[in-house]
Write a protein that binds this ligand. Structure first.
Ligand SMILES: *Cc1c(COP(=O)(O)O)cnc(C)c1O
Length: 220
């Protein structure tokens, strides 16, 4: 099946309130253009350099999402154009994004990454760290970032019950903070969870944004 067919099939299976991020990491611009020509306008990349090269070459009505772990010293390269940073997991990183956004006279939307999986290797915060970040004086003063939601990755397993438990845990944290009146630079409306292998479960658990790569572009 073609990229356009894959996209069409996935899109028609998503509820209206769920946004599709086409994860195009490692794929050539020709593949991304095929998705673009089929109507896709939101692309996710996990390396800043690769995303910047693709941004330079592709139409300018694309929304670029950084979904990978971000190194502070590279934030400046994406600050002029990135629309959403999914993997923010420290005040230090948020501070750098704020600084670079300010230089570009922009406000950059960010999702805070939560650690919900069993694996030690995945990045992200626990609920206490989230609470500390959102209530810190430092964060409240940042005028060039806006926290618009949370992101998480479930354990890589065939056990959908476990995946469901992890996504539900994240949804509960999301609901708790979405309901609280917070600062002007924090309004949670996006819950980014679900990839090719688990997006159906993620949507059943309340995801509003899925990040799908291999089911659209083929295996990497
Ligand atoms: C690669 C990646 C995805 C997409 O994974 P697929 O299994 O190919 O759909 C989603 N989220 C993140 C953070 C990724 O790094």
């Amino acid at each position: 099946m073609s990229i356009a067919d894959n996209l069409h099939n996935i899109k028609s299976s998503l509820p209206e309130n769920v946004t599709l991020v086409a994860v195009s990491k490692t794929k050539p611009v020709a593949d991304l253009m095929e998705a673009y020509n089929a109507g896709q306008r939101i692309f996710g990349e996990n390396k800043i350099q690769e995303m910047t090269e693709k941004w330079e070459q592709m139409p300018k009505d694309i929304e670029w999402h950084m979904i990978g772990h971000v190194q502070t010293n590279k934030v400046k390269y994406m600050a002029p154009f990135v629309s959403l940073v999914h993997g923010v997991d420290s005040v230090k990183l948020l501070k750098e994004i704020n600084k670079q956004a300010k230089k570009n006279q922009r406000v950059i939307n960010c999702l805070l990454q939560m650690h919900i999986a069993e694996e030690e290797t995945k990045f992200g915060m626990d609920e206490q760290e989230l609470d500390e970040l959102l209530n810190s004086g430092e964060f409240k003063q940042m005028e060039n970032v806006k926290v618009t939601g949370l992101m998480g990755m479930a354990t890589f397993t065939d056990n959908q019950e476990q995946v469901k438990k992890e996504f539900t845990h994240l949804k509960n944290i999301f609901d708790k903070y979405a309901a609280k009146p917070l600062t002007v630079n924090c309004q949670l409306s996006t819950l980014s969870m679900g990839m090719s292998g688990d997006y159906t479960t993620a949507i059943a658990c309340g995801s509003t944004m899925v990040r799908i790569g291999s089911s659209i572009f083929g295996s990497r």
